[in-house]
Ligand binder design. Structure first.
Ligand SMILES: [Zn+2]
Length: 183
């Protein structure tokens, strides 16, 4: 009975091979790599074109990761700055609000640092949340006393610029990762 089975079954086994572009396992029978779309049966020219496109996407992804890291670092700078400024304000405050002022700034510093760590794993939501919180603090301070918007205006402009680039890069990185078939 076993012998008949082995005679009747057609051999469909393909040895596992690695894709020349993404190095994931592929089946030689496929026309395109399931993971990255590499034209396995394409002409030399098609394959070379695919590889060069892939290389430039990898460079773009590398660049996006650097911008994401910069935006993540801004979250840590803001955390440190909030802590230092909060301590100074609390120490020099004379209206009896020093402890609530200090606690508020410590909580904000912890939130910014937490978002900084989160940005290493989930850059897009972390950078957007950090940016939103930063903008909200600037707006609330400006409502209470409008002139605060001018203090450290250069830093504010630089930070906001880096946040925007970070968000754009995080969106670009997610798209590139999907196209490249990498995690
Ligand atoms: Zn592939």
């Amino acid at each position: 009975m076993e012998e008949i089975d082995s005679i009747n079954s057609t051999p469909t086994f393909h040895a596992p091979v690695l894709c020349a572009a993404c190095f994931k396992n592929i089946t030689e029978a496929d026309a395109f790599c399931n993971n990255c779309g590499y034209p396995l049966n394409g002409t030399d020219q098609e394959q070379r074109f695919f590889i060069s496109e892939r290389n430039s996407k990898e460079i773009d992804l590398d660049h996006a990761h650097k911008e994401i890291k910069k935006a993540g670092n801004i979250l840590f700078y803001i955390a440190g700055f909030t802590l230092v400024l909060g301590s100074i304000l609390a120490a020099t405050s004379h209206d009896g609000q020093s402890s609530s002022l200090f606690i508020t700034n410590v909580v904000l510093a912890i939130i910014f640092a937490g978002l900084g760590f989160w940005s290493r794993k989930k850059p897009l939501p972390a950078i957007i949340s950090g940016f939103a919180l930063y903008a909200l603090i600037i707006i609330l301070n400006a409502v209470v006393s409008p002139l605060t918007i001018l203090s450290g205006i250069i830093f504010k402009i630089i930070f906001i610029g880096l946040f925007i680039r970070g968000v754009k890069s995080a969106i670009a990185a997610e798209k590139l990762k999907k196209e490249l078939g990498v995690e």
